[in-house]
Design a protein around this ligand. Structure first.
Ligand code: GLP
Length: 240
């Protein structure tokens, strides 16, 4: 695991965007694994700028997202489908048919997990972007999720519900379940870039980088990946 500590969020976003731009330039038909949450927003904004200035193109790029809340439709402002359109897809030249996000409103969510898992098996990710939960989760793989799990329905922990409630009108509106790629799916990516920003991530960053590899901190499994780069700002890296 390579750890890059940067001064601030702007620098973190720039380094991440440059790494993704490099991957897209090297392989214009690459498949990217994308994350939501506040942390990648700055990186996505830069990628949109790179695309608008014609430095890179997403015309041949495919994307697969990590997760989606169960019960939120793609036009719900709190859905991750809406997030991806508003933060990235609406501003780049990607073909929306080449973007995949689990359907949180599928009639049969168990079947939706199986279909998503099948799609992942035929669409290996060249680069996977990750954020980090303050409890060490990746995607919605909460503490004690087995490392070998595939796409599944996750029960959100009270910690995650509290963290994510800032984006909802009140905490009762935060869905209690989500469809998420499993840890085994995440590990299949050729390259992983994890972004962590802010003091509330400091303990999780420490456990991920220096702690024992254990399901207690799902992100600690990334120590075993052969090409994982963590980009953390000073506050998130404070305990390293
Ligand atoms: C959610 C997402 C994660 C994300 C995490 C951190 O729980 N499922 O993929 O990494 O939030 O979000 P933020 O970047 O807003 O701190």
């Amino acid at each position: 695991m390579k750890v890059i500590v940067v001064e601030n969020y702007a620098e973190l976003s720039k380094i991440a965007a440059e790494m993704i731009a490099e991957a897209v330039t090297a392989n214009p038909n690459a498949t990217l694994g994308l994350a939501t949450g506040s942390t990648p927003i700055g990186c996505y904004k830069l990628l949109a700028e790179f695309c608008q200035s014609k430095r890179i193109s997403f015309a041949g790029i495919k994307t697969v997202n990590l997760d989606e809340y169960v019960g939120l439709g793609k036009n719900d402002v709190n859905s991750y489908a809406y997030f991806m359109r508003s933060k990235l897809f609406d501003h780049i030249d990607i073909d929306l048919n080449n973007t995949a996000i689990p359907n949180g409103c599928a009639e049969d969510i168990v079947q939706e997990c199986l279909s998503y898992e099948h799609m992942l098996s035929v669409l290996p990710r060249d680069v996977q972007i990750l954020g980090l939960g303050s409890n060490g989760h990746i995607g919605f793989n909460e503490p004690y999720t087995p490392f070998d799990c595939s796409t599944h329905i996750a029960e959100l922990s009270s910690n995650t519900i509290a963290d994510n409630s800032r984006l909802f009108e009140n905490s009762d509106d935060v869905p209690r379940k989500a469809i998420t790629m499993g840890i085994s799916d995440i590990l299949q990516a050729r390259k992983i870039i994890l972004l962590a920003s802010g003091a509330n991530k400091a303990q999780a960053v420490y456990d991920m980088v220096k702690g024992k590899v254990s399901p207690k901190c799902p992100a600690s499994v990334l120590q075993q990946h052969c090409d994982c780069t963590v980009i953390a700002d000073k506050s998130a890296a404070a305990l390293l």
